[in-house]
Design a protein around this ligand. Sequence first.
Ligand SMILES: Cc1cc2nc3c(=O)[nH]c(=O)nc-3n(C[C@H](O)[C@H](O)[C@H](O)COP(=O)(O)OP(=O)(O)OC[C@H]3O[C@@H](n4cnc5c(N)ncnc54)[C@H](O)[C@@H]3O)c2cc1C
Length: 459
Amino acid sequence: MSWTAELVREIRGQVLVDDASRASVSTDFGRIIVRKPAAVVRPASAEDVASAIKFAVCHGLSVSTRGGGHSQTGQSLSDQIVLDMTSLDKVTEVNPGQGTLTCQTGLKWRTLVEQLSSQQLSPFVLTNNLDVTIGGTLSTGGLGVASWRYGTQADNCAELEVVTGEGEIVRCSREQNQDLFDAVRAGMGQVGVITGAKLRIRRYLPGFRSFYLLYDDLGVLLDDLKIVMTDERFDYLESWCVPCPQGFKQVGGTRQAFAQWFYPLHATVETEGSSGVADDEKLRGLKFYKHVHTENGSLIDFFARLDALFAIWRRAGFWEYAHPWMECVLPWPSTAPYIGQVLQNMPPQAVAGGHILLWPARGNSSSVPLFMRPTSDFLMGFGILPAVPPRFLEEALPKLNMVSQTCMMMGGKRYLSGWIAFDAAQWKAHYGEKWPAVVRLKKHFDPYRVLNPGFIKYE
Ligand SMILES: Cc1cc2nc3c(=O)[nH]c(=O)nc-3n(C[C@H](O)[C@H](O)[C@H](O)COP(=O)(O)OP(=O)(O)OC[C@H]3O[C@@H](n4cnc5c(N)ncnc54)[C@H](O)[C@@H]3O)c2cc1C
């Protein structure tokens, strides 16, 4: 009997071995790495996850955990067993009094937001893309436009249910099995599969008012961001680098397109209704070049505000291109010199079908040990998120790798869901003084190296 036929007998949920099911999880949003699994397990419970892992241990196989498959370096792919966590998608308890909810982790954040909306409750931090799963972002960190104050989504979880690399089901929190709790949050599925989560939730105001402010000087924007993060006059902050093409100029013997860069800042407050916000007070002292627009609406629409952009990317075909996204967290003093240098050499067409994000944060907003970030009073999340036609990939990857290396040389840390081409030395450098603990935790919780092999290079 083949091992896939044996696996079917171990699992109460589904084990899919047909070509279409295997092909549907053979790549991720990156569309750079392809690995077609021999079997796709859609667990019915944490016990099923444990059975799949124990089976893999017994048969010398490996298991990769997949949420929504938005990773970009094949982090959620396997040529053996893929655990498709989207079958575990239930909210099991909402407790407004305690400010928590409990759910399975294949649930999408969008479903959670929709289910909580009748009570005007939401998680503290939401990602731009609501179609990612709770397990997927707790495993990378999970950043959003409220992260400047509340840290990552992984900061806002109180307890987890985890199946370890030995197939043991363990509950962990800050109080109980803390080493496992700290190893799985932002742990890229390396030491366990998160099957359940207790998340912090809050009551929100029904409306929002967003100020669309445009800056023509990065230094001025950075000064203003420090002001508004310190006095907390806004609830949500998001910013971008956008090119205004200026034609062509000579660069090293060739004529290259170049841009003048601008920096929109969308600063948003929650509101009781459309009135009641003193605009003058909100904008006092800020040195933007132009106040372009003010947008009002319901907060539930604000949470999904990027849907319109993603719909354009899909309609235009950009969604099907390769996505070697390069996101990093920079120390504040490196932000202006690094970004200035990167943008100076970036032709405007390089970000067609994508964008360049600027997400500021206070340096102490996160305390998740494996969400690697520099030590600095303020931090800047910077992301070059291109959509690259496959024929340009060979040309684009070395350039993005160079930009990634420069960021690390300037004290930055990479966000691990994107395009990561680290060798063993770079992995060690990424985790710095935490590297011995990362290796020890892997050995302890996944002694047979069953989980998500190949991404982090342990030696
Ligand atoms: C359009 C778009 C917008 C995005 N916007 C944001 C954003 O605003 N903020 C942000 O932080 N990120 C953002 N991302 C990145 C995205 O959040 C991460 O890639 C996230 O990990 C994807 O979640 P997923 O459910 O698709 O996980 P997958 O891509 O399936 O998995 C990601 C990693 O987590 C592991 N994993 C998945 N589920 C589990 C589990 N239950 N237990 C243990 N390990 C698990 C996988 O093995 C893999 O290593 C965006 C991505 C896209 C494509």
